[in-house]
Every structure is written in structure tokens, then in C-alpha cells.
Write a protein that binds this ligand. Sequence first.
Ligand SMILES: *Cc1c(COP(=O)(O)O)cnc(C)c1O
Length: 356
Amino acid sequence: MQERLFTPGPTEVKAELLNELSRPQIHHRTEEFVQLYDSIQYYLKKLLFTENPVLLFTSSSTGAMEAAVTNGVKKRCLNLVNGAFGDRWHEIAVMNGVPCDKLEIEWDKAIRPEQVDEALATGKYDAVTLVFNDTSTGILNPLPEIAEVVRKYDDVLFFVDAVSAMGGVEIRVDEWGIDMCLAGLQKAFALPAGLAVASVSERLLARAREVEPRSYYFNLPLMYKYHLQSQTPATPPIPLMFALRKQLEEIVEVEGIENRFRRHQEMAAVVQEWALKYFDIYPEKGYWSPTITCVSNTRNISVADLNRELVNKYACRIASGYGKLKEQTFRIAHMGDLNLIDIRGLLAAIEDILGL
Ligand SMILES: *Cc1c(COP(=O)(O)O)cnc(C)c1O
């Protein structure tokens, strides 16, 4: 039986979107491609409430994270870390030789605007990275409040990893002043992996032109030059672009952006209530993610056994804890195109297996 994914990437992909992947191939230097590119632009700008261009990266989200710090840091970058993906962004900066520091707090706590303010007040930084929704811990960091602090510092660029939030949670790029807001397709967009998208501000492009280029493939000014002609510098994954166009039409025109965000909140509420009844929730209250719940394994069950039985008996898969939280937690994704029936069915299956 086909396995259903309740994992925080890759997520379940609807058959009608998979069908888009098998459309006849088009050439990427044609008018047809330009139209495909333009309609993706149109919808992504709506989804992100932005006038900024949204560039396409032929990579998973990690590639776009790398592009942010290799292009956008002249002086020094502050990496905010309260989970595995925040930590990854710091590692990326370090490996690329980008001057940076990490501000790390406990992984079950949200990052506070005051902590960011204090660090930026030193005047050491011209860029800051934040993971909006850290998928390893199920925390939604208070992005609007942190953005307000970052905006006080004129020369500090703000990069946001919205990988497991974009398409499931409201993000107001222009109002909040986000210079780069990025995500891959295999999370809340509910598409296969291989393409990442990122809005890019004029300030970031100006900075990138001043920085000694650190990358050819992820060179933002070069990508922008092609963007102006609705093109990409290298050959893009055209099948994924067909699927993305279709999914954006669904999100914006059929379901409606607000309805989609509300559906995610409703699914999250059901999982949170369940988790509190039988287990506990890993992050502090008030910052629980609308797209993923990280459940504390207070009953000391074997997460590996649970997942094996879920797969064998019910053809469903959840995720174990991430990295150092592997057996201490397990994670249920409620993102993408899943609905309340799917979620209630999964929880009933877990109850059956665990005899709850
Ligand atoms: C999945 C994920 C990433 C990495 O994504 P890839 O597409 O595997 O490169 C980065 N950040 C967050 C928050 C994620 O959930």
C-alpha cells in the first residue's frame, strides 16, 4: 500500500500535482517558459505579501540558506540558533568562511526580541539569520516582533528560513522588512524536493554587488539579471515548476491563502490537544508551531517501534526526534495538503498501537 507521510518533509503530494511532473518537456529559453516563470512570480508575491522578486533555486532549501550568507554579509553575521536548522545555518556560514557568531539558546525556548536587540546593539553585525519555524523542535519563533527589532538597525539585513512555514503560516515579507525569505517545496507546499524559492530585497541585491563573490551557482546579482527576463541562469527543474504553478493556483485561487493558514491552525490544535492528553509538548507554551508538533516522549515508548507498526499496519509514517532529540521526542507534521480527517485518523492509529 502507498505510504502516507506525516513527516515534516518530504510531505504527502496529491496525485493531481504529481501528474504535473509528467507534462511534455518545454525548452527553458522560450516564450512558454517565460509565461510559466511569470505566473509563478505572480502567485509567490501574493503568498508572501511582497513586491520583491522571488528567485528560484535549483536545490533544496539548504542551497538558498547558503546563498543568503554567501551573498549578503559584508561585515559579520549573527546566527540565531534554537534548533537544528538554526545550527545548520551557522555551520553553512562557517564553512563558507563568512564572518559570523551564533547566539544559541535552549532548544525548547523561543528566541526573544530583546535577545536580538542586545546582540545587534553591539554594532558588530550587518546581517542576521532566523529560522521562523524550526522543524526539529516544533517552535514558531516570534518573527513579527523580532523583525521589528531588526528594522531599528538600518544597515542590518534580515534573512529568514521559512522552510516549514511558507504555504502554511502567514508571512508578510514587505511589512516585516525581510530581506530574504526562503523555503523549499517539500514541506508546506506539499510538492517533491528539488526547488527552493526566496524573495530578495533591493538592499540585499545592492549588498551582494558590493561583496566579493563567494559563489557562482548561487550568485544573487546574476540570478536577478536573468530574473528580469523571466529566466534562470542555468537549466531549472521545469517539471517541478509546472507542479509549483499548479499548487500556487490551488493555494491562492481555489483554497484561499487565509483558509489554508486556518486549516493548518485547526490541524495543529487537534494534535496539540492530543499530545497534552497522552504525552507532553517539547517547546514552551505560546510558541507551538502550526505546521509540526514535537511531542515529548514522556511515556518512554520506542519511537522506532511505533513508526514501524504505523507503516506496517496503517501505511502511515511519522518522524522521530531530530538529531539529539531522536528518542526523546517524536514529530507529527500537519502541513501541506493534509486535513483534519487525515490527522484524526493518524492519531487514532497511534492510540490503537500504543493501547491508549
Ligand atoms: C527541511 C528544512 C531545511 C532543510 O531543507 P532541505 O530542503 O533538506 O535543504 C531547512 N530549514 C528548515 C526549517 C527545514 O525544515
